[in-house]
Design a protein around this ligand. Structure first.
Ligand SMILES: [Ca+2]
Length: 97
């Protein structure tokens, strides 16, 4: 995995929605602006999440509303944020907080 010049994100670290999106896109390995299940899995591994592959699959299932296997629009990212908050206990707050 590539070494990235970024802050280490920890599940208990509070971030804004924008920071979450920026963090997620660091794992967009093919730089197509969309997040695949594999890329989501890498992101979860970076948090040292247990069962990252399974959680990535669950997150994808919940967030990928148009079922194209990619998180590729704002609505899907928002659903992924809800998943991350509820199931991964990540603290993601609105930008204007
Ligand atoms: Ca999609």
């Amino acid at each position: 995995m590539a070494i990235m010049n970024c802050l280490q994100v920890h599940p208990s670290y509070e971030m804004t929605v924008d920071e979450f999106k920026a963090w997620l896109h660091r794992f967009d390995n093919d730089h197509d602006g969309r997040i695949s299940r594999e890329e989501l899995e890498d992101a979860l591994y970076s948090l040292r999440t247990w069962f990252a592959w399974w959680k990535a699959r669950q997150g994808m299932k919940g967030a990928d509303t148009n079922k194209n296997g990619l998180i590729d629009n704002n609505k899907e990212i928002e659903k992924l944020i809800v998943y991350a908050q509820q199931r991964l206990h990540m603290k993601i707050c609105q930008n204007d907080w």
